[in-house]
Design a protein around this ligand. Structure first.
Ligand code: ZN
Length: 213
């Protein structure tokens, strides 16, 4: 099996980039599920419905232009008591984007994340997990927490069977894990299989699924 990414973020990487959040330090049986790239029709509502069935809370890292296109789905995320985070306005890749342009794009997304009663978010996840140190430094100065992950489900990977995706994701989860999924078309083939089973598996073991705050 050839993967172009690492499922489990190595401890060494986590220590080196200690200004980023990779996992929540806790002794409790808590798991922090995250869903990137929405809100989009069909897939985001399906995730919301599935989470509700298990009494689970999660964090949605939203793309600004998707909020603009689908404001009702965005509001539904908030109404369901989940957290939201900034994922830029156009899903920009930090290494390839000049810092000024990158920051402007984050701020543009901020305006859409704030909508209605919501006061906005101080959670940020860089698209593709790629951000330049200067970009991260400026965002931290603006009060953002940079949220990475310790478990990448690989739900988007067309070469990964749904069973493999499930097995390696549950195997790598520990107390306080931050797990990445995508509420998107390309991930649904795996997500549809993995998410309900993962929720079932850990709920039985007494785990609680919490949103980042
Ligand atoms: Zn993304």
């Amino acid at each position: 099996m050839m993967w172009s990414y690492l499922v489990k973020t190595p401890n060494l990487v986590q220590r080196f980039f200690h200004n980023y959040s990779w996992r929540i330090s806790t002794e409790k049986k808590e798991i922090f599920l995250t869903f990137d790239d929405g809100p989009v029709p069909d897939f985001t509502p399906w995730v919301l419905k599935t989470l509700r069935k298990y009494g689970a809370k999660a964090t949605f890292f939203c793309v600004g232009e998707n909020i603009k296109k689908h404001p009702r789905i965005y509001k539904k995320i908030l109404r369901n008591g989940h957290s939201v985070g900034n994922h830029t306005y156009n899903h920009l890749q930090g290494w390839k984007t000049p810092t000024r342009k990158y920051l402007k794009n984050v701020i543009k997304a901020e305006a859409y994340l704030k909508g209605g009663q919501h006061s906005g978010t101080k959670l940020f996840r860089p698209p593709h997990g790629r951000i330049r140190p200067l970009q991260a430094k400026i965002l931290r100065k603006k009060g953002y927490r940079i949220i990475m992950w310790d478990v990448l489900s690989g739900d988007f990977d067309p070469h990964l069977s749904k069973e493999e995706c499930y097995e390696h994701t549950i195997k790598n989860i520990q107390n306080g894990s931050i797990v990445v999924f995508h509420d998107s078309d390309k991930s649904f083939r795996n997500l549809d299989y993995v998410l309900p089973r993962l929720l079932e598996h850990f709920k039985k073991q007494g785990y609680v699924f919490r949103a980042l705050d």
